[in-house]
Design a protein around this ligand. Structure first.
Ligand code: FE2
Length: 230
């Protein structure tokens, strides 16, 4: 499996190209913004971009979908239906962060309407990329339609903004739920097993085992609502 990371947007989001090394079939997980480097990498490596696969609909994960799709118009675009409103509402998302319409262009947040989704993820489906087989797991909480992509043979999981090295996703944005997020992390992501490598939407790679031991949200150190470490 080929995994190439590009750190994009002012949010330092991890855009990744993931490809089957045998067939050169590839996906782009979460294109954060328009990037010539990303397009050049796909072309220079001789990869066949079959899809733009979105973990969720936040602007720093989908903002580059239109530009990438213009370069690779045959790539399908996949997102869970729970985040379709967020996705199609991309031009309005900066308002969530207090960015006013007259500030959007100057700050680089003036998005055009994104291209139409090809179809929606189905929870539990297996998505094939050459010899790679990604199980699609609906993990709501950070957003209502968040999914993670788990390659069980290679023991790698692409978790978007559910889980980070040492932390978890924020749940204060519209549609967020801490209870749902903790349920998703514990019953769907941690359940994959300690030996899975975790690729997050921001920050470094980690493993399930490392997070289970050291992440304060998973090892019992911190309980949300109590408001303190104990
Ligand atoms: Fe997010």
């Amino acid at each position: 499996m080929i995994v190439q990371r590009f750190v994009l947007t002012p949010f330092q989001q991890n855009t990744r190209i993931v490809a089957c090394s045998e067939t050169r079939k590839a996906i782009c997980i979460d294109p954060g913004e328009e990037s010539a480097e990303l397009v050049d990498y796909i072309a220079n490596q001789g990869l066949d971009l079959q899809a733009i696969t979105l973990t969720h609909g936040h602007l720093d994960h989908v903002g580059g979908t239109a530009a990438l799709h213009e370069s690779f118009p045959n790539a399908e675009i996949l997102l869970h239906e729970g985040d379709a409103d967020l996705y199609y509402g991309l031009p309005q998302q900066p308002l969530f962060m207090g960015i006013q319409p007259h500030q959007m262009a100057a700050l680089g947040f003036d998005y055009e309407a994104p291209p139409k989704l090809s179809r929606n993820w189905v929870d539990g489906e297996v998505y094939e990329v050459g010899a790679l087989r990604f199980k699609v797991l609906h993990c709501p909480g950070h957003t209502p339609g968040h999914v993670v992509l788990a390659e069980e043979t290679a023991k790698r999981v692409f978790v978007g903004d559910c889980l980070f090295a040492g932390s978890i996703g924020r749940t204060d944005l519209p549609g967020g739920s801490h209870t749902q997020l903790m349920d998703s992390i514990t019953t769907r992501i941690v359940a994959l097993g300690d030996d899975f490598t975790v690729y997050s939407g921001h920050g470094p790679e980690t493993t399930i085992g490392q997070e289970r031991l050291s992440n304060p949200f998973l090892n019992g150190t911190y309980e949300i609502g109590k408001g303190k470490y104990f």
